[in-house]
Design a protein around this ligand. Structure first.
Ligand code: ZN
Length: 305
């Protein structure tokens, strides 16, 4: 069932209907408005359908912002902008060239996650003239409100979050984890090759200093208890570090590290499975644990230089 819903005055969760992991986009603003995240390439028709369901005027969407360029967040951008004639696309400066020419992105995905490509679909490029560098602090004026960009590294080297002052709502992408509100379970999103533990912790601190009230997660829903969620995010990052690092140091066995994490969080996993039965939590955990492994290897190499 679609989760599309108004979550606040002039803020809608738009369900992209990518239900294996759950991918939300957000429509923000009255009149001139912004679409945050676009979902996977294969979801674009769902996004258009859901936008129409909530009464969005496509001509009034002046901003499409992607928190980063991974296929589940930015995959549909090229398709959607064909239907949104007045939208400009905001993306981190390091991600911009990959939206203008998505061939390298697709090639990397073919190598990294070949089994998922069928599910995500093929990206198409965005005309260079419509792309805007989303630099730290940039303000995007909408109808009666504005969004501010905050660079937020850690999950990826090209990640941004967006903040809506008046509502104190933060659109977090993958910067501060993945949340299943029905089960109240927060897990890290720490895939290779970019995950950086210390940058993630410092990003959570910078976000907390904005004093948000609501956090809108791309995966998959929102919380009105932002303080507590940011505290929990930092805690769970450190817990994973405490669980994974000894395994990496002693055996470097990814499988064993995944077992350790899964068994530590078995009750949370069961709760998540109740609500997200199509989500392969072990595969997700393996991806995130391998992000930690990759991070430790990078740190070790850097210290030997
Ligand atoms: Zn994601």
């Amino acid at each position: 069932m679609s989760k599309t819903a108004m979550i606040e005055d002039s803020v809608y969760l738009i369900d992209t209907r990518f239900w294996t992991i759950g991918v939300a986009a957000y429509l923000v603003g009255e009149g001139k408005s912004a679409l945050i995240e676009t979902g996977s390439a294969k979801s674009y028709k769902n996004v258009l359908y859901e936008l129409k369901q909530v009464g969005a005027n496509l001509d009034q969407i002046i901003c499409v912002a992607v928190t980063h360029i991974y296929l589940d967040h930015a995959g549909a951008t090229g398709y959607l902008v064909r239907e949104l004639p007045n939208a400009r696309v905001y993306v981190h400066p390091r991600g911009l060239k990959h939206l203008a020419d998505s061939s390298r992105l697709m090639e990397n995905a073919r190598k990294a996650v070949p089994e998922s490509l069928e599910e995500f679909g093929e990206m198409i490029p965005v005309d260079r003239s419509r792309l805007v560098e989303a630099t730290n602090g940039l303000r995007i004026e909408l109808g009666r409100s504005a969004l501010t960009i905050l660079e937020s590294l850690g999950h990826a080297r090209h990640h941004i979050v967006l903040y809506k002052n008046r509502l104190r709502a933060l659109f977090a992408g993958d910067a501060v984890g993945m949340y299943t509100p029905e089960a109240d379970v927060l897990i890290p999103s720490t895939p290779p090759p970019d995950f950086d533990l210390e940058k993630s912790v410092s990003t959570a601190g910078r976000i907390a200093s904005l004093n948000p009230e609501i956090i809108c997660y791309t995966h998959y829903g929102f919380s009105r208890d932002a303080d507590e969620m940011l505290r929990r995010f930092k805690e769970v990052l450190r817990e994973w570090d405490d669980l994974i690092k000894p395994v990496w140091e002693s055996t470097q066995s990814l499988e064993k590290a995944v077992d350790v994490v899964m068994s530590h969080y078995s009750s949370e996993s069961e709760r998540v499975n109740e609500y997200r039965s199509s989500w392969d939590l072990r595969a997700e955990t393996e991806l995130n644990v391998s992000g930690y492994f990759h991070y430790y290897e990078r740190m070790e190499q850097a210290s030997q230089r």
